[in-house]
Design a protein around this ligand. Structure first.
Ligand SMILES: CC(C)(COP(=O)(O)OP(=O)(O)OC[C@H]1O[C@@H](n2cnc3c(N)ncnc32)[C@H](O)[C@@H]1OP(=O)(O)O)[C@@H](O)C(=O)NCCC(=O)NCCS
Length: 213
């Protein structure tokens, strides 16, 4: 008798809205692997997030297997594909949305952070903020996660706007150990504790109020 293998994918997916579908990455799906290699090699992505070593579908498949599926197994969240739903083209992949959390012994906080990337030609249509809001709602509903951070470079006005539109509020800036002590703007869901130390964020946060955000 063979027992059924547990699914490697998180529960309650895909998430579909009128415009978007959010689904897990599958390393056996060549379309997913090609898309990840394409998305992470646009000038827009490289300028904001830096160059990765993922420059081919084969490397993307290995990365999905080794890192993305490991996140799904450990946290039940991680990086997900975003596609645009259209009548004639129901599976047009346009980006990626993520809920990521570090784990010990590395630097880590007790709440995951939301991230997003949308193809340059699909930017400016509200897709990143819509996908982020949906993923946060999904995490609440399916995973009982009620605390979510958002981080970005303080001068990345576009990402800051997306974080605000996703329902997060600015809490200040700090040199964060999770980013090798690089200064980051810190966003959090409005009902999260004002003392970010409860989420294991022990860095000195320079207040939002004085910066007039
Ligand atoms: C950042 C990114 C995800 C935005 O995706 P998107 O689908 O265009 O985002 P949305 O359409 O939901 O929202 C963009 C908002 O930023 C605003 N915006 C765009 N450029 C801006 C700028 N230079 N300054 C301030 N706001 C800006 C838009 O007007 C829009 O706000 P609005 O709806 O109030 O007008 C996308 O451009 C991207 O993938 N960039 C490269 C990767 C990246 O930077 N990821 C984030 C790392 S923290």
């Amino acid at each position: 008798m063979t027992s059924e293998q547990p699914s490697p994918f998180p529960p309650g997916l895909p998430i579909t809205t009128q415009r978007l579908c959010i689904q897990p990455f599958d390393p056996e799906n060549l379309t997913h692997c090609k898309f990840l290699a394409q998305l992470w090699n646009t000038d827009d992505f490289i300028n904001s997030c830096g160059k990765t070593s993922i420059d081919s579908p084969e490397k993307a498949a290995a990365f999905i297997r080794r890192r993305i599926l490991a996140d799904y197994a450990q946290n039940r969240h991680g990086q997900f594909l975003v596609s645009r739903l259209e009548e004639n083209d129901p599976a047009k992949l346009i980006g990626c949305v993520s809920l990521m959390k570090g784990s010990p012994p590395g630097p880590h906080y007790l709440a995951p952070d939301i991230g997003f990337t949308i193809l340059p030609e699909e930017s400016g249509k509200g897709f990143a903020s819509e996908a982020a809001r949906e993923l946060i709602d999904w995490a609440r509903r399916e995973l009982d996660i009620h605390a979510v951070f958002g981080f970005c470079a303080p001068d990345n006005a576009r990402s800051r706007r997306v974080l605000e539109k996703s329902g997060l509020e600015y809490r200040g800036s700090a040199a964060l150990r999770v980013f090798g002590d690089q200064v980051s703007a810190i966003y959090a869901l409005p009902d999260m504790d004002s003392d970010l130390g409860v989420y294991n964020m022990t860095e000195e946060v320079h207040g939002a109020a004085s910066e007039g955000s």
